[in-house]
Design a protein around this ligand. Structure first.
Ligand SMILES: [Zn+2]
Length: 533
């Protein structure tokens, strides 16, 4: 089946390509792209789809996110504003969710922002008890840096009234010092991941595949056609495989399997490329903590609570041994490293294992926020790929600047990294921040925090280079550049139709661009009401 996209503004992202107005899709691949007459001549019998000047860009790739978590939250109550304008609306939504939540699972809601609620405060344990009295319920703040638990959930999680604050976090308390159910930071993520894993282990294959499909729809609506799941485990990889077999895997997935399940992966039969949509040939290791929780391992110490210089999860020789082992198995190693002390240790490990033989498996640093100039030069000479999250600049950037006031202009130094020759892939880390790649593209171009401060104006990227992070560069980071990342004959037909081209839109307006349709392998996986397809 030949489909000819006509009268389109096609951004191919291919090196040295000419302006293109038409693209011919044959089955799941691109057969031709270029000027209208030439492409039309290649397929006289094609079904012609006129795009009336809409833009077509390569499918966007999220090189580091947590798909199952996104799907899990999407299956609970939507407590975002304006959908739930006040606490009674949240209560009603949680009550509805309770009716469809299986026994043994926690009732889950997400998306609220306390200052957008009519009451201007966090809901409390009392509010959640009114919604869901007899079983655990949890409501996540949209940032996932806070959550609210009802009384049964507090009990099941082991949080008591007289207890001191948890490590790295803080309990909200009422006037008498009793827990009001709100938890800031600390165990919030553990509660999310724990709930997801507990529920997935209990779900049947169809329910697990449904969760994956829901996540895929969320990403597809944002123009994402491929993603690396940076926290893939036995349950989630099994769910991806089940969804793939049922034809429900809307986006292509590369699983980065958590290091302590790598042994399972090697013996599971799920290793490698299972299909055009699913691959698992990478392992994920955490070297340090996070920048917004001030647990990233840095040289020096934080001027803000909890002070200290962050957490390293492994001794240097342990890290090197892990890299050596996984590299020996031919697996791509992806190491979370955010602080400069952690990044230095990770580069030492990579250098010890790789020597001067280059980096054929494309071992990566995930995040790499404090990859400062001398470290960047080392990473470039080793050929290390970085998977970074530009969108954190607007959403978490003010917190980063407080954590590292002297070096905040050097964080996520995209322009310097590019000049150093590092391959940098764009990603979201969703659900930590929004999965919307347009936010990341805008932030890579503007570098403006929520409070309006520009971090390192010299590190801003041109919009085309920002778009490359989420297309050609992310395809390279997931070993798929032969098939994905640009619109060229022979590549898979993964593309997004937008109402206008990001290259002709001021950076300020990039997040106003609308996704009209998302196509994976020639099949639409998302269409807006006014999709031209
Ligand atoms: Zn992550």
């Amino acid at each position: 089946m030949d489909v000819l996209l006509a009268d389109a503004d096609i951004v191919t992202m291919a090196a040295g390509s000419e302006p293109a107005r038409s693209m011919l899709v044959r089955d799941d691949r691109i057969a031709a792209v270029g000027p209208a007459e030439r492409v039309r001549a290649a397929a006289p019998g094609a079904r012609v789809v006129p795009l009336a000047g809409a833009a077509v860009i390569p499918g966007l790739i999220d090189a580091h996110c947590h798909l199952c978590d996104v799907g899990y939250l999407a299956s609970g109550a939507d407590c975002s504003q304006p959908a739930a304008p006040d606490i009674p609306a949240i209560v009603a939504r949680l009550r509805d969710a309770a009716a469809r939540t299986p026994d043994g699972s926690w009732v889950t809601g997400s998306g609220y922002v306390e200052y957008k609620l009519r009451e201007g405060r966090h809901p409390t344990r009392g509010d959640l008890d009114a919604a869901v009295p007899g079983r655990p319920a949890i409501l996540f703040h949209t940032s996932l840096h806070a959550c609210v638990l009802n009384t049964p959930a507090l009990r099941e999680a082991g949080f008591g009234d007289r207890q001191p604050d948890p490590p790295g976090g803080r309990f909200g308390r009422d006037g008498e010092g009793l827990l009001n159910g709100v938890i800031h930071e600390g165990p919030t993520f553990t509660l999310l991941w724990g709930g997801l894993r507990r529920d997935m282990a209990r779900m049947g294959a169809a329910a697990r595949a449904g969760l994956v499909a829901r996540a895929g729809r969320h990403f597809a609506a944002l123009g994402v056609t491929a993603a690396c799941d940076a926290d893939t485990r036995r349950d989630s990889l099994t769910a991806y495989a089940e969804a793939d077999e049922r034809g429900l895997l809307g986006v292509r997935i590369r699983g980065l399997v958590v290091h302590d399940e790598a042994g399972w992966l090697l013996g599971s039969g799920l290793r490698g490329r299972r299909s055009a949509r699913l691959a698992a040939e990478s392992v994920k290791i955490w070297a340090d903590g996070g920048m917004s929780s001030r647990t990233a391992a840095i040289h020096g110490s934080y001027p803000v609570p909890p002070y200290g210089s962050g957490i390293m999860y492994f001794a240097p020789d342990e890290l090197t041994a892990m890299v050596r082992e996984f590299d020996g198995h031919g697996l791509q190693v992806c190491i979370h490293a955010q602080g400069d002390r952690a990044i230095e240790t990770v580069l030492d490990a990579y250098a010890a294992v790789l020597g001067d033989r280059g980096n054929p498996l494309r071992h990566r640093i995930e995040h790499g926020g404090s990859l400062f100039a001398p470290l960047a030069a080392r990473a470039a000479s080793l050929g290390i790929v970085v998977a970074a999250q530009p969108g954190m600049l607007s959403i978490l950037g003010d917190g980063f600047a407080e954590a590292l006031p002297e070096r905040s202009d050097e964080l996520y130094a995209y322009a310097s990294w590019r000049r150093a020759g590092i391959r940098v892939a764009g990603s979201s880390d969703a659900p930590v921040i929004t999965a919307d790649p347009l936010v990341g593209i805008r932030d890579a171009a503007l570098r403006r925090t929520g409070k309006g401060r520009v971090l390192g104006p010299g590190e801003r990227l041109a919009v085309r280079d920002a778009l490359a992070l989420y297309t050609t560069e992310a395809a390279f980071a997931m070993h798929r550049e032969r098939d994905l990342g640009s619109l060229e004959p022979g590549k898979l037909a993964d593309f997004v139709v937008l109402d206008r081209s990001p290259l002709d839109t001021g950076p300020e307006q990039i997040t106003d661009i609308r996704v009209l349709a998302t196509v994976v392998g020639g099949e639409p996986v998302f269409q807006a009401d006014d999709s031209p397809l």
